[in-house]
Design a protein around this ligand. Structure first.
Ligand SMILES: NC(=O)c1ccc[n+]([C@@H]2O[C@H](COP(=O)([O-])OP(=O)(O)OC[C@H]3O[C@@H](n4cnc5c(N)ncnc54)[C@H](O)[C@@H]3O)[C@@H](O)[C@H]2O)c1
Ligand SMILES: [Zn+2]
Length: 368
């Protein structure tokens, strides 16, 4: 029996498999070989995963007979920039890599987004195999084909859709991920339960400690179910025409908090956690099937995961600042601000609300 599981992402001729399991970097070669057009591959990796994960992956690919080039990236969001993109393009040109090469980003969402965009644009597009090593990249950024970089006007403003040939998730790589990175990503996992799957939410309520402690069975199931849900949503709406918007539950207010507090003050996942609580509060007044006990369950689960449920007191964010930030979010251009509200566990709706309808809720989550 194989020691890994598979999630299929159905996108017609762009369909691909997500493999997940323990020790997969050590058998990457045999999964990669059938997908490559030539033996030229490059592993572009975050400096924080060079050792041991990069070494393990590279050695395994070489043992499988591939010619492996490597390039190391500095860790951090500032790496998702034009200069680093150019560095990858130039290196590929210098190596004389042709259209038949394959690029493997190894790292978190920063690496996946930047290197994925390099793959989308080098020679008008070459094959890519994502190898995510952060929990956020495993459950979110490596699935769905969005790639891109930031510019001085904001995050992810430049990019393209570019689907990988495969995603290889080695759960063991999470052992070296700092705990606070892991906790922040659990917010996205909770999100999947609320928007799509009440049974998964209930499972999380029972298993949240095991997930946070990286119990192999629990974390594998949580990552797998998250990938399945994102894959399902993406396959029904690859280019964010409608349904894909439900993935933004918690993000309107979450992004506003993250941006207003200044990058690095509050983690994305922490913002999303507070945003989910706020959007749940908004639903309490509007959706008859979303009742106080449901809200309380979300609060308790969020807390149990070690995530915040309110804006930290020392941040002093005003509701005006948050409204401004929410309005300038690229997903909200064109009048009104969109929020994703739960209808019941496992189902959400997209609504446009006026600032006056949201004010009280912002105060309730700690805005000034
Ligand atoms: N493409 C999408 O659909 C999508 C979705 C969500 C987020 N994103 C993007 O993803 C990025 C955030 O991703 P992230 O949270 O993974 O950030 P990240 O890539 O910066 O990784 C977080 C930190 O963990 C380190 N790290 C990663 N894996 C590690 C490991 N196994 N061991 C030790 N350290 C490790 C990194 O060096 C970094 O310091 C943002 O740029 C965001 O815009 C993209
Ligand atoms: Zn998110």
């Amino acid at each position: 029996m194989e020691n890994y599981q598979t999630v299929r992402v159905e996108l017609e001729e762009r369909s691909y498999d997500i493999l997940l399991g323990q020790g997969l970097l050590n058998q990457a070669g045999r999964h990669v070989i059938p997908l490559v057009q030539s033996n030229k591959v490059i592993v572009v990796h975050d400096e924080n995963v060079t050792s041991p994960h990069g070494q393990t992956l590279i050695a395994n690919l070489e043992n499988a007979g591939l010619e492996v080039a490597t390039l190391e990236l500095q860790a951090g969001e500032q790496t998702k920039c034009l200069q680093q993109l150019e560095r990858i393009w130039d290196y590929l040109s210098e190596l004389r890599f042709g259209r038949d090469c394959t690029i493997l980003p190894l790292g978190g969402g920063v690496t996946g987004d930047l290197v994925g965009f390099a793959a989308a644009t080098y020679l008008r597009g070459v094959e890519m195999i994502q190898v995510p090593t952060s929990l956020l990249a495993m459950v979110d950024s490596s699935v769905g084909g969005k790639t891109g970089i930031n510019n001085k006007f904001g995050k992810n403003l430049i990019g393209s859709f570019w689907q990988p040939k495969m995603v290889i998730i080695d759960i063991d790589t999470l052992k070296t991920l700092p705990r606070e990175e892991r906790v922040a990503a659990v917010a996205e996992i909770i999100k999947y339960g609320v928007i799509y799957d009440a049974a998964f939410f209930q499972w999380l309520e029972k298993n949240i400690q095991a997930v946070c402690d990286l119990d192999p069975k629990a974390i594998t199931y949580a990552v797998k179910r998250s990938c399945e849900i994102k894959a399902d949503v993406v396959s029904k709406d690859e280019r964010e025409g409608g349904l894909r918007m439900i993935l933004n539950f918690g993000h309107t207010i979450g992004h506003a908090i993250e941006n207003t507090a200044g990058y690095g003050t509050i983690r994305h996942g922490e913002g999303v956690a507070i945003g989910m609580i706020a959007e749940s509060l908004l639903a309490l007044d509007r959706n008859p099937e979303w009742k106080a006990p449901h809200h309380d369950r979300l609060v308790n689960l969020t807390r149990a995961a070690g995530l915040p449920t309110k804006i930290p007191d020392n941040l002093e964010l005003t509701k005006e600042q948050l409204f401004d930030a929410a309005r300038s979010d690229k997903k909200n251009r064109g009048g009104g601000t969109r929020y994703i509200l739960p209808i019941r566990l496992g189902r959400v709706e997209v609504v446009k609300l006026e600032d006056k309808d949201v004010e009280e809720t912002l105060i309730a989550i700690g805005a000034k």
